[in-house]
Design a protein around this ligand. Structure first.
Ligand SMILES: [Fe+2]
Length: 311
């Protein structure tokens, strides 16, 4: 990789993530990287936003979850260039996840490309925490034992383009802890939503910005109202490798997808994000290398063979 990817964020960014549970990382991706990812989104989703937004809310109502909000949400691999296929395992994201989780070995347990288009849905959501579908229990109070979601914008996102709104943990603690998000009693929800609203901040930012947050941070999607608007984003979630208490996507379950798109271009470190053993791991033998090569003829097995010879 060459360049030091930790140069794309600061120690203060990591401290802010620890303290607030959420922080914006501006310019985490270069304009060139954003353009390449946008071109892939155009291929994969091949859509344009409508002129008129959709509004499903009644007078004074907060947003609700609706299946239409999640229709254009897909996981890699995709039939497109390496740009979108490997963006979730980009070295800058991996570097932040390592610093945030204080480990050298991170696993990408969720990666989703999420294209939103004006008029496809009313994207306004209630404030919620994400932990209920990342763990079967509750988020750890220790951020290092938790996980980090890094939500990356590849188009310019204004408040008319569905910028995610969020509440920092110190602010939401004045109103309610994350467990309150599980209480679906309408009155309790109304109190929670109204209590969080004054502390809400917008993540509206230019393309290349990423929002790092924990699964116990309150946030909500907002509607796209810009005529013809689109929002291209990628959600990358990392945990410490080997932590079975946190999960979302079993990559192996999606074996019919074009994995050669990833294997043919990924570095060993990027493949490790998907759970592939690094060069030098005892898993790799002449036989396992040959069988994997048969499965992915374009895969560069050289580093794995070199480590075998060296061992
Ligand atoms: Fe969420």
């Amino acid at each position: 990789m060459g360049a030091d990817m930790t140069a794309r964020f600061t120690a203060q960014d990591v401290e802010a993530w620890e303290r607030d549970g959420v922080t914006l990382l501006h310019d985490l991706f270069t304009p060139e990287e954003c353009a390449a990812v946008r071109a892939d989104f155009d291929i994969v989703f091949a859509r344009e936003g409508a002129e008129t937004p959709l509004n499903r809310k009644g007078e004074g109502e907060v947003g609700k979850f609706h299946p239409s909000q999640f229709k254009t949400l897909e996981s890699p691999p995709f039939d497109c260039s390496p740009a979108l296929n490997l963006i979730g395992a980009h070295p800058a994201l991996v570097a932040f996840a390592r610093a945030a989780l204080k480990t050298d070995d991170v696993h990408l347990y969720q990666c989703q490309a999420w294209a939103k288009f004006t008029g496809d849905a009313d994207y306004d959501q209630p404030f919620h925490c994400d932990f209920s579908n990342h763990t079967l229990t509750a988020p750890s109070e220790d951020p290092v034992k938790n996980c980090v979601t890094i939500f990356c914008y590849f188009t310019d996102v204004t408040d008319a383009h569905g910028a995610t709104h969020y509440v920092t943990r110190p602010d939401s603690d004045k109103v309610a802890g994350p467990v309150a998000s599980l209480n679906q009693d309408p009155e309790a929800q109304a109190t929670l939503q109204a209590g969080l609203l004054p502390y809400s901040r917008s993540s509206a930012s230019s393309a290349g910005t990423a929002i790092a947050y924990t699964t116990d941070v309150y946030h909500r999607g907002t509607n796209l109202t810009a005529p013809g608007g689109r929002r291209y984003a990628v959600m990358a979630c990392f945990k410490k490798a080997g932590d079975e208490s946190i999960g979302f996507t079993a990559w192996q379950f999606h074996h019919t997808k074009p994995w050669s798109r990833i294997f043919d271009h990924a570095t060993p470190e990027q493949l490790a994000c998907f759970g592939v053993q690094r060069p030098g791991d005892p898993f790799w033998t002449e036989t396992t290398i040959a069988r994997t090569q048969e499965r992915y003829p374009g895969w560069n097995a050289a580093p794995y063979r070199a480590a075998l010879a060296g061992g």
